[in-house]
Design a protein around this ligand. Sequence first.
Ligand code: TRP
Length: 335
Amino acid sequence: MSGIRPTGFLHLGNYFGALRNWARMQHEYECFFCVVDWHSLTTHPDTAELKNSVYRVLAENIACGLDPEKATLYVQSDVPQDAELYLYLNMLAYKGELEKTVTFKDKARQHPDNVNAGLLTYPVLQTSDIVIHRAELVPVGKDQEQHLEMARNFVQRFNHRYGHGQTILPEPHAFSYDAGGLVKILSLDGNGKMSKSENQMNTLYLADEDDAIRKKLMKAKTDQGPEAPNSTPPDYIENLFGMMDIVSAPDVAAKFRADYAQSSSGNTVIRYGDLKKQLAEDMVRFIAPIRETANGLLANKDELKRIMKMGGEKARASGQDTIERVRKAVGVNYY
Ligand code: TRP
C-alpha cells in the first residue's frame, strides 16, 4: 500500500523514485494505491484546485503503468472506514511524540498561522491508510521512514491493548526493490533533488510538451569539461548521464560516458551540446506517450470517474473487513 499526495503535476523524479516500482509491485503483490485528499486538507488548499489535482494525479499514475484492473487505485475520501480507524488510533497516539515528528515541525515552521490538529495527527491518518488494508509492505522513500516507525508503534499499542495475545493489525515496513539505491534525479541546475515546487525550468514534468522538454534540457547545467582523463563527473553531469542510462539506448549512453572519460583540459572529446540534444530527443520519446495517455484520460472524465468508483468499491470492501475486526477487538460491537 502506498499513498500519493494530490499536489498536481508529477515529474521525472516521481517516476523513477516511486511510480516505476509501484507498477512493478502490482504484478507481484495485492496492491492498494491511494490518492490522499484528506491529508492535503491539512494545508487548506483551494477546493477547485484540489479536485483537479486528484484527477490529474490519478490520470498520470495510470499513464505511468498502474493498472486499475490489477491494483486497487482509489481516493482516500472514498473509504470512510479509514477515518474510523484513524479515530481509534488517535486514542493511542500521544501529543509529545506527534509534536516531535520532523514533518510536523517543518510544516509548523512554514505555516505558523495554521498549526492544526489534523497536521499534528497526520502520521496517525497515514497509519490508518496502511493498516485499514492490513498491508505490510509500503513502497516509500527515505523521508517517510519516521512515519512508518510511528505506524509500527501505534499498531503495537493497538495489538497490545485490544489483541488479547493476537495480532489484529500487522506491522507495516518500508519496501524497495533497489536496496538503498533508489534512482535519484537531480534538479537540472544541479541544486538538490528534482522537485515539484522549485523553479519549473529545472524540473521535467510528465505533462511537459516536447518543446519545453528540449528547452529545459538544453539549459541544464554543464561546465568546461573535465581537467584530467577518467575524472569522476560532478553530480550535475552525472545526472545527465543517469537520465541517459534510463531513456537512451545503452550504446548511446556508453559512447558519451566514454567521451567524458577520454576528455581532459585542452582535449575535450565530450560535447555537452550533442549530449543534451540526444538526451532531449530520447526524453521527448519517453515522456510524450505518458503525457498523451494522461491528457486522454483527463479529457474523458467519465472513464476516470469509472476507474475511481471501481477502486473505491474494492478499497471499501477491504476496509470494511478490517474495521469489523477492529470494532470487535475494541469492543464497540453491540449487536
Ligand atoms: N505521507 C506520504 C507523503 O508525504 C503520503 C502518504 C499518505 C502515504 N498516506 C500514506 C504514503 C500511506 C504511504 C502510505 O508522501
